[in-house]
Design a protein around this ligand. Sequence first.
Ligand SMILES: Nc1ncnc2c1ncn2[C@@H]1O[C@H](COP(=O)(O)OP(=O)(O)O)[C@@H](O)[C@H]1O
Ligand SMILES: [Mg+2]
Length: 272
Amino acid sequence: MRLEIKDLHVSILDDQSKEILKGLSLTVNTGEMHAIMGPNGNGKSTLAATIMGNPKYVVTSGEILLDGKNLLKMSVDERSRAGIFLAMQNPMEISGVTNADFIKSAMQTRLSEGEHVPLFKFIKALDKSVADLKMNPDLPQRYINEGFSGGEKKRNEILQMKMLKPHFAILDEIDSGLDVDALKIVGENINNMASPDFGSIVITHYQRLLDYIDVSHVHILMDGKIVRSGGKELITKIDQDGYDWLKLELGLEDMEEPKKAVLGVCGAKKTK
Ligand SMILES: Nc1ncnc2c1ncn2[C@@H]1O[C@H](COP(=O)(O)OP(=O)(O)O)[C@@H](O)[C@H]1O
Ligand SMILES: [Mg+2]
């Protein structure tokens, strides 16, 4: 399968004068693992939310296609059933619904009428995934994310992914709030999803998570666009030098402390 994002422009519903994504293009095929890196506040979560269909974000132009089909016309649950999965940067707590029931219901909606999730197989698979993630065995019976630590919430997103087996998983800063041990477990579990039927977009601010994931493509998202794409060597470069060199090359202003004099000189180097 193929997920294609073409010249995507996105604004915020409440303030449509504010454009966040400014012509973003990206193609991900199943069988590929992509990383998107970039400084905070540049639109990474906006991209993730827009692919999943969060109504707070408005697509003003451009398209997203899933195997040539217009994803933007589909509701959130249609997108989910079509095989798109989002692990959110800040997972929500849902009181009154257990993790196990939630996952089972989500699996049920993927079956045809009259079919049912086989209970014994489901429990076995869930127990195995919980063990793979070294989660507390009682987590499936607890309400979704209620009272979970930050790290447990993140693992819980990966648990859902392992059970639902999406075609495309977008993992938004799944590494934030994880200690080194949890980072390794989560990274390895993501890496183990690799299959010809699975593609992923791993969004991260730091390179550490990517030590465990064999990504095939690396992209840098800045100022609402993919400004660089390459292989794993880009991760090393960012790790060593940060993003400033790229901001200079692209003539982007530093949001925190504008360096007008420097940028004036480098403005001539704009790539467009
Ligand atoms: N719902 C929203 N309301 C107002 N501003 C938003 C909203 N979502 C994102 N933004 C703004 O859009 C920009 C990009 O945010 P985001 O996509 O979260 O960046 P990143 O994930 O790269 O840190 C930021 O300036 C942020 O403040
Ligand atoms: Mg974000």
